[in-house]
Structures are given as structure tokens and as C-alpha cells.
Design a protein around this ligand. Structure first.
Ligand SMILES: [Zn+2]
Length: 317
């Protein structure tokens, strides 16, 4: 009898595209568990001691202490030194590794390679997370296309990819604003990006996310615009639950634009992950009136080849 696999929904896209709120809404769907940006578990969570979405340190959290505990055997991530796993990530799972990850044949990995080491740890983590939380679907909002490409190497995982894209001008405006990291004991300001840097990365990350989607059948992925998600949140959620074969899962909406967010155990993400309870989902349009015109011109020029493809107008209104 073949072993049942764990369903993983991996959210891909450049930062400030709305992945944290999408992740939190998905994590509140019946049968789904949101792990947040799992890629940061080792460095931010275990080495830097940043807090889980529940407010506790990762090692003290009721979920992660079990997932990382000894009951999952020698393959448990708890048995690896977090620094070793961070070094696997640096050697094999960075943005520049994406083409190689997509062209390599699963099953032909050298067992001593950093990629094989990382694949074994992340697979164990997905499986242990689903088992501990009784979830049918684990959501990973790590965003990185290279991390998404690693899912090809996990025989015990059935991956689904949500490619989330947002107007690059709204994204650049968000990266230019000060935001505090709330998961540290003394909050620090998050990194900022210029309009130029944000849009170059937006282009590169979206092209890489498209390459990941092309590598899989269309039945395994979908493209979601942030603007469409906030215009019709239940509609967007139904697309995702249908993608993963969970059409009957109960959605957490109070009305068309209001969602009830459960307390979560996201290991990392945007500070908005600490929001729980009843939350209204609405389009954030401040950038339309407040963005520097030169920044907007830079974003529009750089993103031009992809703007039309994602249905964004030359002159946003
Ligand atoms: Zn927690």
C-alpha cells in the first residue's frame, strides 16, 4: 500500500505582495495549518530567538516544541544543528540555484549533498507538522521560488504552488516605508528597499515563480493577484481549496470582506501575522496618492515587460 503524502501549499512571490495575510487566512481554513515562512525557522526562529505567531519562543511553543521534539526520530529537525541547516540553504537553496533545482532529476541526488540534507529535513518537517497539528494541508508562505523548487525532491509531499503577484508600484511603496519587526524582544526596523531594487527583485522573483509553475502540471498551481484576493477573498480562497482538492473545507469568513483569524503558529513573516480575531480585508490604496512620481516612473519602466502580462495598467488609477 502506498503511503499517504502530505499536501503542502507553497506561496511564491516577492515580499510585500500580501503573502502574510493570505497565509493567515489560509491557516484559518478548517483542516489547514499555516507554518508561516518556514524557510526562516532555523536562522530567525532557532538561532536569533524570534517569536512564533503565538508570541512564544519557537522552542517553548506548544506546536513547534512537539514538531521539533524527539518523537519524530533521528530525522527530526531537532536532531540537526540549526547552523548546519542554514548552511545547506546557503549552498543549495538560494535564488540563483532555482534553474538547477528545476532541471535536476529527483532520485539522482548524491546523498551527501547539501540539497539532499535540506530536502530530508524539510520533508520531515512538513510531515511532522501535519501529523502534530492534525492538518490535511500545510501552508508554507516562504515565498522563495528556490524553496518551492525543492518540493520536487520530496516523495512524501504533494506540492501545490500559489504564485502571488501585486502591482509592483504598490509593492515598492510598501518597501520604502518603515515597519517594525515585532518578533524580537527589542523591535527593530525591517529592511527597506528602493523603488529600483524592489522592482528588479519583483521581476526576477516573478519570473522564477513562473519557471516553477511551468515545471509542473497546471493542476498543481495557480496565479493569484493580490488585488483580486482583496476584491473577493472568499472567491480566491475557493480557488485555492479547489486546487488542493479540499473544496468542502469550511472557510473562515464572517462576510464577504471580513475574516475570523485563528491564533497562529507562524514561524516568521510580516508583522501583520500577529493579528488575530475579526479582520477586515480591504485594498490598501495609500500608494496611489502618496507615491513619489519618480519612484512610480522607475517601477513602471522596469516592470513594463510583465505589467501587461499580469493585467496592471500603465497608469494606475
Ligand atoms: Zn506558536
Amino acid at each position: 500500500m502506498s503511503k499517504e503524502t502530505t499536501k503542502v501549499v507553497y506561496i511564491m512571490g516577492w515580499g510585500r505582495s500580501g503573502s502574510t495575510i493570505l497565509d493567515n487566512v489560509l491557516g484559518s481554513v478548517d483542516g489547514f495549518f499555516s507554518a508561516g515562512e518556514l524557510v526562516h525557522l532555523w536562522k530567525r526562529g532557532l538561532i536569533e530567538g524570534r517569536r512564533c505567531g503565538c508570541g512564544k519562543l519557537i522552542n517553548d511553543c506548544e506546536v513547534w516544541s512537539k514538531v521539533l521534539g524527539p518523537q519524530f526520530g533521528d530525522a527530526s529537525p531537532a536532531h540537526g544543528d540549526p547552523r548546519t541547516i542554514v548552511s545547506y540553504q546557503k549552498q543549495a537553496v538560494r535564488m540563483r540555484h532555482t534553474p538547477r533545482l528545476l532541471s535536476q532529476t529527483p532520485g539522482r541526488l548524491s546523498q551527501s549533498s547539501p540539497l539532499a540534507g535540506y530536502a530530508s529535513v524539510i520533508q520531515e518537517l512538513y510531515v511532522a507538522t501535519a501529523e502534530t497539528t492534525d492538518a490535511r494541508v500545510v501552508v508554507d508562505s516562504s515565498k522563495e521560488p528556490a524553496g518551492a523548487a525543492v518540493l520536487r525532491f520530496l516523495p512524501e509531499v504533494t506540492p501545490f504552488y500559489v504564485h502571488l503577484v501585486r502591482d509592483p508600484r504598490a509593492v515598492a511603496y510598501s518597501w520604502g516605508r518603515a515597519k517594525l519587526q515585532l518578533d524580537r524582544d527589542s523591535p527593530m526596523e525591517m529592511v527597506k528597499h528602493s523603488a529600483f531594487n524592489s522592482t528588479v527583485s519583483w521581476t526576477a522573483w516573478n519570473l522564477a515563480a513562473e519557471a516553477v509553475r511551468r515545471r509542473h502540471s497546471s493542476a498543481r498551481s495557480l496565479l493569484l493577484r493580490y488585488e483580486d484576493f482583496v476584491a473577493d477573498p472568499p472567491g480566491a480562497l475557493r480557488r485555492i481549496t479547489s486546487l488542493v482538492g479540499e473544496e468542502k473545507a469550511q472557510l473562515p469568513f464572517v462576510d464577504e470582506h471580513t475574516v475570523r483569524l485563528r491564533p497562529n503558529h507562524t514561524v516568521s513573516g510580516n508583522p501583520s501575522r500577529f493579528a488575530t480575531g475579526t479582520v477586515e480585508l480591504r485594498k490598501d490604496n495609500d500608494w496611489l496618492a502618496q507615491q513619489d512620481p519618480v519612484d512610480r516612473l522607475v517601477c513602471t519602466g522596469l516592470a513594463l515587460p510583465l505589467l501587461a502580462r499580469y493585467g496592471y495598467p500603465l497608469r494606475p488609477r
